[in-house]
Design a protein around this ligand. Structure first.
Ligand SMILES: *Cc1c(COP(=O)(O)O)cnc(C)c1O
Length: 456
């Protein structure tokens, strides 16, 4: 029906469950998934095309997706889940939304790629600038990695400086310079987080604790920074919010020291507020990276900001960056349809559902008497098994990760798809109605009971 079925799995709905206990929804068999993964492991490192999909953080057989519709996904074994991974953020309208499928199938009749400018690129760009006026000019790429990587290049070219400051627990894609371990203490002269990243390059990336403005001020005065780059709300170290003075403080420090302020909104864009971080925090960055939601599930990212900076990009300027499939028409069509459907009213509605889920989770955790904190910004949310909200990645790491693992598996067995790591944000879509939220809370209540009893 949607054309999204990829494995020939039974998509006609779940058979009555044969699971061991009545409160468990999924079958205990993972035959088809296991067979696919066995073949995948001979072709892909770890059997996957992006590491987190391998479930290294929680163990067990990875989720092999067969189909999605609205708030739900089905795995290759026919199990149905209410999904909060949502492709790690892009599916803000839910899976296989009709408006996006129609837009893509209409556009694709005219060809799938030209390597020439198209009107669709301008249409999507106009929609982005309408919501984020500080993104005066931009350049589309196919991944957030490319966008963040190019921002670093542009910031260095524009300032004539080499060092970039990032924060522990923030992810900016896998370009060499960003794969830098966050050390303890105030700041660490970067050590590579991955073999293959040259020390010489890693040393140009400095790292501070999130929300530690004093440390930033100290470094920025000692070392000329090309850019201070952050996730305005952290999603890649678990869900971590900035304290009230943090983002305005970064703007002030950047201005005082001549650094550029960069918001990596690949995850937060069009989720934490209708207009993103600028609207939420009332701070204007010099450059912004976007991705995920703006492609509506197709590969699109973008970097942009001040026109005087963007004019330095080739061919207007001399900072080189290119992409064969950049601005791909199918991807542009998906992005346009997604942003058109994501009106301010729809954003508010998704936000309200997110608030309801988060409050419901706090309530059920309280009933179970377990240390728990959960919060959300717009349609992005997260939780930790710890009493106090986390304000940096060290806090996040001090949550009860063993309980998280049991809870994750218990939730999966009851038909709720959560990110397979305590250090990943969760998402909500326009397709998650009251019924899905109620079902989720009921399932998570039972899942938490099982996890606390040491079961899954
Ligand atoms: C996902 C993400 C990226 C990387 O985007 P890809 O499209 O996976 O390369 C960069 N920054 C942030 C904040 C992200 O969440």
């Amino acid at each position: 029906m949607t054309g999204f079925s990829t494995t020939g799995a039974d998509t006609t709905g779940a058979e009555p469950t044969t699971a061991a206990t009545a409160d468990v929804l999924t079958t205990t068999s993972t035959e088809r998934s296991a067979a696919i993964m066995a073949r995948a492991r001979t072709r892909f490192p770890g059997g996957v095309n992006s590491p987190v999909r391998a479930f290294g953080g929680v163990g067990g057989e990875p989720f092999v997706a067969a189909r999605g519709e609205g708030a739900r996904v089905w795995d290759a074994d026919g199990n149905e889940y209410i999904d909060y991974i949502l492709s790690w953020g892009p599916m803000v309208l839910g899976h296989a939304p009709r408006v996006v499928l129609d837009a893509v199938s209409t556009v694709m009749q005219n060809g799938t790629s030209f390597g020439m400018p198209t009107g669709l690129e301008v249409e999507l760009a106009d929609r982005i600038t309408a919501r984020m006026p500080h993104v005066e000019m931009m350049r589309f790429t196919s991944s957030g990695t490319e966008a963040a990587m190019t921002i670093a290049r542009l910031a260095r070219a524009a300032t004539g400086r080499e060092h970039i400051l990032k924060f522990e627990g923030c992810y900016h894609g896998h370009a060499d310079g960003f794969l830098v371990r966050a050390g303890s203490g105030v700041a660490t002269l970067g050590l590579p987080d991955s073999p293959g990243v040259p020390d010489a390059l890693a040393k140009l990336t400095l790292t501070c604790r999130y929300n530690d403005l004093d440390a930033v001020a100290k470094i920025a005065r000692e070392i000329p920074l090309a850019a201070i780059m952050l996730e305005p709300i952290v999603g890649n170290g678990g869900f971590i919010e900035p304290t009230a003075d943090f983002i305005p403080g970064l703007r002030r420090i950047a201005d005082e020291t001549g650094a550029l302020l960069v918001f990596d909104e690949v995850m937060t864009g069009f989720r934490i507020a209708f207009g993103g971080a600028r609207e939420r925090f009332d701070v204007v960055p010099d450059l912004t990276a976007l991705g995920k939601v703006i492609g509506g599930g197709l590969p699109v990212a973008v970097y942009g900001g001040r026109a005087d900076l963007m004019q330095r990009i080739a061919p207007s300027g001399s900072v080189y960056q290119a992409g064969t499939l950049s601005g791909n028409p199918l991807a542009m069509a998906a992005g346009i349809a997604t942003l058109d459907a994501l009106t301010r009213d729809v954003h508010e509605a998704i936000t309200a559902q997110t608030a309801r889920l988060v409050q419901g989770m706090r309530d059920l955790a309280a009933r179970h008497g377990v240390p728990f904190t959960a919060s959300h910004a717009g349609s992005m949310w997260g939780f930790f098994f710890r009493a106090e909200p986390a304000i940096n990645f060290d806090d996040a790491k001090q949550s009860d990760t063993a309980l998280f693992k049991r809870f994750f598996h218990a939730a999966r067995r009851r038909g709720v798809s959560l990110a397979p790591s305590p250090y990943e944000a969760a998402f909500m879509s326009a397709a998650h109605g009251d019924r899905e939220i109620d079902e989720t809370l009921d399932r998570l209540d039972r899942a938490l009971g099982a996890a606390l009893a040491g079961r899954d």
